[in-house]
Design a binder for this molecule. Sequence first.
Ligand SMILES: Cc1cc2nc3c(=O)[nH]c(=O)nc-3n(C[C@H](O)[C@H](O)[C@H](O)COP(=O)(O)OP(=O)(O)OC[C@H]3O[C@@H](n4cnc5c(N)ncnc54)[C@H](O)[C@@H]3O)c2cc1C
Length: 383
Amino acid sequence: MPSAARTLVLIGGGHAHVAVIRGFATNPLPCVELTVIGRDAETPYSGMLPGLIAGHYTHAEAHIDVAALCRFAGARFIHDEATGLDLACQRVLCRAGPPVPYDCLSIDIGASPSPRASGIGVKPIAPFLAHWEALCARTLATPERLHIGVVGAGAGGVELVLALQVRLEGLLRAAGRPDDAPRFSLFGQAATILPGFAEPARRRLERILHRRGIGVFTGQVIGTTADGARFDLDDVIWATGGVPAPWLARSGLAQTGLALDPKGFIAVHDTLQSTSHPTVFAAGDIASVIGRKLPKSGVYAVRQGKPLAANLRRALSGQALVPFRPQRHALALIGTGDCRAIAVKGGWSAEGRWVWLWKDWVDRRFMGRYTNLADHARADHQR
Ligand SMILES: Cc1cc2nc3c(=O)[nH]c(=O)nc-3n(C[C@H](O)[C@H](O)[C@H](O)COP(=O)(O)OP(=O)(O)OC[C@H]3O[C@@H](n4cnc5c(N)ncnc54)[C@H](O)[C@@H]3O)c2cc1C
């Protein structure tokens, strides 16, 4: 007699989950129904985000169409936002629709923007892109030079400020007003930019920021509207590391027993399985692998996709899970907005146009894995 179908529910179409969905498209698991709950139907690919802002990529080139990917995988896509977990009854609570029951659950929802008094965060991306278009229009319409602040001097913030500058300078040059290009300032809480990166890479980027006239203010805790006024900023963009979604704390240990790390991220073993709930998995920025201090970056979220997909399959078929062993030093390719980039791995670094071509190739190859499948899904849907 065939066994009853089991339901695998994924919350969020983040960088690790797209690999899981793709795996179902290419290699379906019999008797398993896949449901994806996504707040956004498209996921911005982090590696191409600064390139999208600088104008090197179109919206479609830099986004994965998760809804189309789901159609291709024969999965149900629920366009809704998870707002809680009922772990005792194995159900996901949603903002708009009814609770979604699961046999096995995986969470890859990234981090939420840190609370702030003013300005806009880079994520969620949709409101940021609308803000960015408005800022481009404002820059062209304003006769004076604007002063734009970027808060967060990690790799994301550094790439962002360089990308913003390239795009706005290009717009003003095209308008015949090259001397009105905005001023940029970058603010970081740590003593240096790029904390966690080796000295030579940091120095390369410091030199570039200096050469491009971007003010760097490290050791600054920016958090109130008064800070914006103190630095005379016309606009503030936040690229700081995020915090866990507040609803997780409501599903957390005190409430229903989901183990979280001290900062509130989901505590998982190196198999990406929750340390408290064997039927719950987590990956990407929202997961905290106990005993390993992994950076919260798209690179690691992408790397977790394959082992997560394999372990979800193993969990659903009652097999033993396999640990995820991340590289100690991942390669970081940091674009500088001007079709050049810096490559960093441990203490080694290099820069130039060839690094940008390399990064562009890596990023387009990654996206090709998803866009080509999604194209097939769209064609199937229209037939
Ligand atoms: C400007 C900038 C540049 C960056 N550049 C790089 C880079 O070059 N390389 C790099 O490695 N990292 C980079 N990062 C970091 C990178 O963006 C993140 O680490 C990465 O996106 C994390 O991936 P994730 O899968 O955890 O989550 P995300 O990519 O954030 O995906 C989460 C998904 O979950 C969905 N979601 C969220 N909440 C819910 C909910 N409650 N219910 C349902 N769905 C939900 C969202 O819609 C989204 O689709 C950059 C960050 C910034 C800000």
